[in-house]
Design a protein around this ligand. Sequence first.
Ligand SMILES: Nc1ncnc2c1ncn2[C@@H]1O[C@H](COP(=O)(O)OP(=O)(O)OP(=O)(O)O)[C@@H](O)[C@H]1O
Length: 231
Amino acid sequence: MPGSPALLDVTALSCGFMGHAVCGEVTVTIASGEVLGIVGWNGAGKSTVLRTVAGRQDALSGSVRFRGEPRQEESARWRRAVSAVFDDDAWFPGLTVREHLHLVAAGHGLAAPDRSVDQELAFFGLEAAAKAFPETLSSGQRRRLLLAAAFLRPADLMLLDEPEQRLDPAMVARLGERIVAAADEGMAAVVVTHDPQFLTRVAGRCLVIDDDVDELTPARAAALITGRPAE
Ligand SMILES: Nc1ncnc2c1ncn2[C@@H]1O[C@H](COP(=O)(O)OP(=O)(O)OP(=O)(O)O)[C@@H](O)[C@H]1O
């Protein structure tokens, strides 16, 4: 809508530890329906930036605004709107895969929780593991469970840190389709990835994180991280 605020407005955000920035300042605006990729070498600061945007660690300086207002990481409004997947899975050891998803469905007040949970179990190929406890899952199955929980709940914005990690190629392709479909319905996403194919499949724009932070097209960013010239 003309004149309406961006969904997410990141301005001169400096991210790091103990007062030291790990990368250049980030300034970017994201609208509903946009998918922003983030790439960069190991240790460049991608996860630190995503965690800072999410409010999981304090910014050194700069701001993050959500729907035109300062993002308050502890507010129910922000947590209701934002679904995040980081590499820090934590489970209730006594709950099965299905029960974890039911917990998420109940927490977000889904109208038809049984059907929604069944759909995500099917989409993420977890039907056979529905009665398993997390500790008995493979690392890829645990990642599938994290993603199933993230997609089960409603979200206006998804923050995904290397979501393709540990997934088999068929699941990576399905995940890409799922992100694109969600964006087509208005969800915005920020996706950190090392996978050039996945990047160009899902992202409409891309930030390259380094001492300076630049915005490139996903095709150019994919060429950069694979070390070949862009076509
Ligand atoms: N808790 C921490 N305390 C201090 N420094 C940290 C901490 N976590 C990460 N760092 C440092 O911050 C820098 C950026 O780390 P970050 O995890 O954001 O990189 P990344 O781009 O996501 O890397 P990768 O591609 O390997 O996942 C690295 O030099 C890392 O050693």
